[in-house]
Design a protein around this ligand. Sequence first.
Ligand SMILES: *Cc1c(COP(=O)(O)O)cnc(C)c1O
Length: 384
Amino acid sequence: MTTHDVVCSARTSPRTASAIVTVDLDALAANWRLLKARLAPGADCAAVVKADAYGLGAKQIAPALRRAGCRTFFVVTLDEGLDLAPVVPGCSIYVLAPPLAGNEAAIAAAGLIPTLNSLGDVAAWSAFARAAGRPLPAALHADTGMRRLGFAPAEMAVLTREPERLAGLDVRLFLSHLACADEPRHPLNAEQLTAFVAAKARLAAAGVAPRASLANSSGIFLGPEYHFDLVRPGAALYGIAPVPGQHQPMAPVVRVQAKILQVRDVDAPATVGYGATHRFSRPSRIATVAAGYADGYPRSLSSVGICFVGEHRAAVVGRVSMDLTTIDVTGIPENLVRPGMFIDLIGPLNPLDEVAAAAGTIGYELLTRLGRRAHRVWQGGGTP
Ligand SMILES: *Cc1c(COP(=O)(O)O)cnc(C)c1O
């Protein structure tokens, strides 16, 4: 990391901040390179930056990935695509779930590539392309078992029987999405792979042979037969373990620290916080930090969250409230727990996935819910 690369949110500073979210762009870039290095020969690595890059700031994340070599990005909404286009010039931006009809001109003007999820989408985009008199790029999404979006098998059959429906379109990508990739032994993985290969072959026989893409982060780890031409990781780039319960190959990208506002000694018996849910059985020291569920620290971590003061473990005691969390710092050296110092809510010793599991959720949800009130720091530049 080079210090001149540190970019901060404008309004706040570490001094005025109550909580700090630090995003390590070098770790992000390293994660992208690590995934790319795992791929079958010829396969390329895209990046999914939907939901503001899983809450970490697409405007910072996407350019850092571009500097690392990434040239293909996926978002979900049209608005996300419109926001992203100016920050990753020269790159392909796929929009996974655009509200297509009525937005054709906006999509074309921004140079975005819509994913066509239904025959209705195909009709609308193809009509627009023919009227525009130039081929327009598109992705085709087949449903192979997720059953949320994409062409059902019967609709795929219509497309392969009547490929003229794609007139005017430059079909760049054929994709599907895995439902159980994070469970390597789940039988649906192989079923979806088989269905995808078959659908791809039928399309090719009908004269439509674009690049193919099946794997999300976890799908990459199912093996090279899942890689095809392009993989679409999101979570793993941001440090979420792609294969839960196994060795975590990804570098942590996010750290969340909360400032200590007060430190107090309490005598037993006494209680702390809303509902008086925690009762002290011994004289204790409590640090009150300036972050709560409004900052994305889940209320379900009440009395179960684990924080760290340096290498010292410290448990959340009592309820997590909107703005404040109380942490038992009994026995931790006094010079480490003074007002103004920071405690790790998510950090090197209490990684995202563990905090999420303790909260009864997954890293994806924890990340995307990080609040907007914290001071944000994007460290490093994403270059080696
Ligand atoms: C979100 C998403 C991805 C990325 O999934 P991760 O599990 O975060 O890697 C890939 N493809 C599609 C269609 C998605 O919606």
